[in-house]
Ligand binder design. Structure first.
Ligand code: SAM
Length: 242
């Protein structure tokens, strides 16, 4: 795999653990979601390892590897809408299939998301997005029964540019993870970007890790990307349903 060859040439010690997880992630997703080789995914992961790509960019690339046009996805933390737009572009198709169910507890966040959609997608694409001012622990209340969800994405923490006191919490994040687990189809993904630099962030990461660690190996592949020498860097967690 070129990612491994590339990194062994530069050989930064901190990459070793990430590389092992990266290798297993690529093999796992490749074998379950698509037989088409996507070299850009490897390039972006290597970019992350060498500090040139953000955690959210890696998350988007992993989504692209899992998602198909026409899929139904959930943005569990809309915030300023960047993730909503990214996933909409991946699932919206010409015939009006593909839906994003977005939620946030702050109206300000949903307004920002709506404005970003106005600026970046067509009206027809925007109609495929449904925004709800609710806690993500209640996601099952707003989706039609038995909806087949391919991706539930969490970008945890506070609204950038907003009130830093309004943050995701371990308790509701765990409830939302339990709800996501039930809604996800085989080959689906729960994706999390977890921020540990604010009060409660470290505890929330521990909650996410405990949830993922407890899932059975036969049914789930769970992995984590973490910068070892940047303790406050966001942590990526991917929970893939085989
Ligand atoms: N995905 C966003 C983007 O692309 O701009 C960034 C999300 S931001 C880091 C986290 C968001 O989670 C904030 O807007 C916050 O209001 C929201 N949030 C906090 N607790 C929540 C909850 N229980 N349910 C849903 N959203 C929540």
């Amino acid at each position: 795999m070129s990612a491994l060859r590339f990194s062994s040439r530069f050989n930064p010690m901190l990459s070793n653990i990430i590389l092992v997880q990266t290798k297993s992630l690529l093999f796992s997703f490749s074998s379950f979601s698509s037989s088409v080789r996507k070299p850009w995914l490897e390039d972006e992961l290597v970019g992350y390892i060498f500090g040139k790509k953000k955690a959210t960019e890696v998350a988007h690339l992993v989504w692209r590897h899992v998602l198909h046009k026409g899929d139904i996805v959930i943005d569990a933390t809309c915030g300023n809408g960047y993730d909503t737009v990214a996933m909409l572009k991946m699932v919206a198709d010409e015939s009006g299939h593909g839906h994003v169910y977005g939620m946030d507890i702050q109206t300000e966040a949903l307004e920002n998301t709506s404005s970003l959609l106005d600026e970046t997608v067509t009206q027809k694409e925007k109609e495929l997005v449904k925004l709800f001012p609710i806690c993500h622990s209640r996601m099952d209340e707003v989706l039609p029964e038995n909806t087949a969800v391919r991706l539930v994405a969490f970008n945890l923490g506070y609204l950038p540019g907003g009130d830093k006191g309004i943050i995701t919490t371990s308790k509701t994040t765990l409830l939302a993870l339990e709800a996501s687990k039930k809604m996800l189809i085989l080959g689906g993904l729960i994706s999390l970007v977890v921020y540990v630099g604010h009060p409660g962030g470290r505890e929330e990461l521990e909650t996410v890790e405990a949830f993922a660690s407890g899932l059975c190996v036969d049914g789930w592949i769970c992995c984590k990307f973490q910068m070892l020498n940047r303790p406050l860097a966001p942590v990526l967690v991917f929970i893939f349903k085989r």
